[in-house]
Ligand binder design. Structure first.
Ligand code: ADP
Ligand code: MG
Length: 615
């Protein structure tokens, strides 16, 4: 048999390597920024166009490259950073694989201009798909400028896989944050489509955090400092009351590299135990320093996953250090961060007990509070108030409408034909709705027993309501007597601006969305005043975290996010009237069978099924 094994040509090998190194524009940004830092830059400019699809450019004032190095830098395994395997165990630079530039040059149009300080002129190289197409002499300041255009021009499948410019920009911004946070001594400028979106002067760590995430961050931070033989820990944690649902502001750095470590994340969360609710994430910016030989950063090409030699010890030290900081800065005793006015006045509680069956509107109701409190406190305080729940139905039919019951048709269930509730069952029904394990609403229908998943059903109801309001633009707005001032960082503001129109359609009103401080002048009826900040935070977090993927419309995304966050939760007590409203409104929906997240909202256990149990 003839030999069949061939060596891959270099440009093919480079393209394959590129698949590992460059997933999206943000990966290029990361590599270029890291190279600039390794080159000793003191000022770095990042210039982006169209989410990085059209242009990614990084300009630095670092050591630059000679003409030969400039050409060599695009060869695979060309690196100035290590020369022996031993060096791998003692890395102080970010790069070492010598793969990035070669990979990037294989899948984009790259131009490099570079000049070391000692040389009078610089080198200007153009490369397309791994081929040098021109090389000239150029007059330029010292340092290096690399621009990457038309990413994935020769791999259409990859190019098509890219998300919208906004989503790609978000990924880029995340990478930028990670790099800028470890290098406060470097000045950064970030331009997007011609306007400067970050201007970060040389600063201390704490100021850098505030420059990136907004000045409001400054008084949320609690310093963390510990030095042991195994690890040196420095940085900040956010006070527990500022914990968020978003996974946004959690940063670990090991030896000045951003790393992901679910295990160490857990250590931080464990230190916050009892101070924040279980589904909330504490914010942190933690800089770990360990002996470079005790850490393996080489297990993934994009170098964010690491392996520490002694993870267990690290876990224990981290946890106790953070506990200590929380205690030392008097943060720990502040337990009532989620202040519930209902807990203050025993009289009100007693009174409410007496008038329980009556539903009144509690404007200050926060839909997030109830289920959370029950979970985290574990005490048996009976939270009987379901008052506010009803006001989520504002704008929908509120009263029990007997007519509606008899006219509901369930298309998807062949067993139930015609009406869900036959006339003679309506009365029955009124008496027989009940809640099971604070999770299901149970009722009877002609063919058997109806079991509704309260959370999912309410999601469906709210989803259709909001979707309607967003598209028809007729959400009812509740004008705030005193505009509420909320602060957002730049990225959050960007998202708010992106979704502003839809937010306005459902009833939000903002005075301006230019500055960090945003004045909210109106909110949808469904959103309680006390929960506005939380709702917006969650909206931004969810919107950012990928509901934006796929070709679904913005309206749908928003309606989903809102319904997810505002729907009554599992664990909440529903009174009779709310239970009935749930049943009623669910079957008034266009698609009652599924939640907006494609989960089943109800099931019917037929008489036959029940009979079988007794056979
Ligand atoms: P690595 O960073 O892993 O060494 P790269 O492909 O990212 O590999 O870069 C290859 C080489 O090119 C680097 O080792 C460095 O010598 C040189 N280089 C890249 N970018 C710059 C820059 N901005 N300034 C100076 N030298 C650079
Ligand atoms: Mg590099």
């Amino acid at each position: 048999m003839a030999d069949i094994i061939k060596l891959l040509p270099d440009h093919v090998a480079n393209q394959i390597a590129a698949g590992e190194v460059v997933q999206r524009p943000a990966s290029v940004v990361k590599e270029l920024l890291e190279n600039a830092i390794d080159a000793g830059a003191t000022i770095i400019k990042l210039i982006i166009k169209d989410g990085g699809k059209t242009l990614i450019q990084v300009v630095d004032d670092g050591i630059g490259m000679s003409e030969t190095d400039a050409r060599l830098s695009f060869e695979r395994h060309a690196t100035s950073k290590i020369s022996s395997a031993q060096d791998l165990f003692n890395l102080h630079t970010k790069g070492f694989r010598g793969e990035a530039l070669a990979s990037i040059a294989a899948i984009a149009h790259v131009e490099m201009q570079t000049r070391p300080e000692a040389n009078e002129v610089g080198t200007h190289i153009k490369i397309e798909g791994s081929k040098i197409v021109s090389q000239e002499v150029v007059a330029m300041p010292k340092g290096t400028s690399i621009s990457v255009k038309n990413l994935f021009f020769n791999i259409p499948a990859r190019r098509n896989f890219l998300k919208s410019n906004q989503v790609e920009l978000r990924h880029i911004t995340d990478e930028f944050h990670r790099v800028a946070l470890v290098h406060p001594n470097i000045e950064f400028h970030f331009y997007n489509n011609g306007s400067e979106i970050f201007n970060l002067p040389k600063a201390k760590h704490r100021q850098r955090i505030a420059h990136i995430f907004g000045s409001r961050m400054d008084n949320r931070l609690v310093p963390v400092n510990e030095e042991t033989e195994v690890v040196k820990i420095a940085g900040f944690i956010c006070k527990p009351e500022f914990a968020k649902k978003s996974r946004g502001e959690q940063f670990f750095f090991a030896n000045d590299r951003y790393i992901k470590s679910p295990y160490l994340h857990h250590a931080v969360v464990a230190a916050f135990e009892g101070l924040i609710k279980s589904e909330m994430y504490p914010g942190y910016f933690l800089y770990l320093e360990v002996d470079p030989s005790s850490i393996d950063i080489n297990i993934h090409p994009t170098k964010t996953e690491v392996k520490f030699d002694d993870e267990n010890t690290l876990y224990a030290i981290l946890r106790s250090t953070i506990k200590h900081s929380l205690g030392q800065f008097n943060v720990a005793p502040v337990l009532d961060f989620d202040h519930d006015p209902n807990l203050d006045t025993p009289y009100a509680y007693k009174e409410r007990d007496a008038v329980l069956p009556k539903v009144t509107v509690d404007a200050g109701f926060n839909p997030f509070r109830e289920s959370i409190e029950r979970k985290s406190s574990g005490n048996t305080f009976q939270k009987t108030s379901t008052k506010g729940w009803e006001n989520m139905y504002e704008g929908l039919q509120r009263d029990v409408d007997v007519e509606a019951f008899s006219s509901v048709v369930i298309e998807s269930d062949s067993e139930v034909q015609g009406t869900l509730y036959s006339d003679d069952q309506v009365e029955d029904h009124l008496a027989t709705t009940f809640q099971l394990r604070r999770k299901y609403v149970v009722s009877t229908v002609k063919s058997g027993m109806l079991v509704i998943h309260q959370h999912r059903a309410h999601q469906r109801i709210l989803f259709e309501k909001f979707l309607g309001e967003i598209t028809v633009k007729e959400g009812v707005s509740q004008q705030l007597l005193f505009p509420l001032e909320l602060t957002f960082n730049k990225q959050e503001l960007g998202i708010l601006n992106e979704i502003r129109d839809s937010l306005t359609n459902i009833g939000f009103a903002f005075e301006s969305l230019e500055q960090e401080t945003v004045k909210v002048t109106g909110v949808p009826l469904a959103v309680p005043e006390s929960g506005i900040g939380t709702v917006l935070d969650r909206l931004i977090a969810d919107y950012k975290e990928g509901f934006t993927d796929g070709p679904i419309s913005q309206a749908e995304v928003l309606a989903k996010v809102l319904s997810k966050n505002l729907a009554v939760k599992t664990g909440e007590v529903l009174d009779q009237e709310s239970q009935l409203a749930l049943v009623n409104n669910l079957f008034a929906c266009k698609e009652p069978t599924l939640s907006p997240f494609q989960k089943i909202t109800y099931t019917i256990i037929s008489e036959g099924d029940i009979d079988k149990k007794f056979s």
